[in-house]
Design a protein around this ligand. Sequence first.
Ligand code: HCA
Ligand code: CU
Length: 380
Amino acid sequence: TRDFSIIESTLREGEQFSNAFFDTETKIAIAKALDDFGVEYIELTSPVASEQSLADCKAICQLGLKAKILTHVRCHMDDAKIAVETGVDGLDLVIGTSSLLREFSHGKDMAYIEKQAVEVINFVKSKGLEVRFSSEDSFRSDLVDLLSLYRVVDKAGVDRVGIADTVGCADPRQVYDLVRTLRGVVSCDIECHFHNDTGCAIANAYAALEAGATHIDTSVLGIGERNGITPLGGLCARMYTADREYVMGKYKLAKLRDIENLVAENVQIQVPFNNYITGYCAFTHKAGIHAKAILNNPSTYEILKPEDFGMTRYVSIGHRLTGWNAVKNRMVQLGLGLTDAEVKQVTAQIKEMADIRPLNIEEVDTLLRKFHASAEAERI
Ligand code: HCA
Ligand code: CU
């Protein structure tokens, strides 16, 4: 796969999540954790949003992090003038280009948008900062309008153009087509931002990278407006599967769980049970056939190696789908010696009991110990 960079937007898009309220201390803790993880960019809420947002933006710029700090502002001189004085490394400019947003949000036509974009881009560049220009709601914007606008801003010297699926309507094929087309029109980098309303945010990010995009927006656990955007962990899982060495070389994957816990706690949510990598059952194997193969060679049923993410595998055996190989493995773990015939016998017992209700690990262990003791007794 190609190189890519992460623009981590927990402290911007993530602040738009319904439960989010980050005080200064929390923002700093999140920024430091993301920086340590290795994201290339951290995007912050517009300093124009509130007095505290401005102060926090300045405070984070003072931390001396390795990641570049960006702030996200409307493509407007009033906002840009404030943003360039905060100490950020760059500005992410955004303006709505779909007819819906032009009509019902800011009320400007395309010619006006172009002129304003070039003015703001020139201003930001004159301050020596990085600048990205993005069109909100790109997938419901007129393609011809969009491409001519991007061509203009590319000529004006923008570092990146951004595509945003603001409403989460795009599918991977549409994304591939649009990014591919755009790749032929601009020479600058291409950033993509995908909302997850229809569950395509990770697949869309991947399709964008395949088509030539260079930067992907994420947030921790995917938090953001409505049901959020491409999650950091899910993107890592996807990209690790495509190129393990590259992703492991860039990011400290074993830190994901702590970062997710930090954010989850602050916005008062649980990490979902089926979360990528860190969900509580992400490395649990259950069916007897799976368990046997996993114990012989984990890559039979695991595409992600749990140890690469600081996680551990769990083979569950207290249920009626269990098999004797998995039970034998547990006996070995407990240091209890039994013949295969005996293990098969105790497995039959587990299955019979678990037909009434599943057993937890303590119950299974007790059963195995009792069985072992009576088998020993019989031998004497
Ligand atoms: C929003 C803005 C944005 C911006 C994305 C970008 C979107 O609607 O809150 O800057 O590329 O989804 O369009 O998050
Ligand atoms: Cu968004």
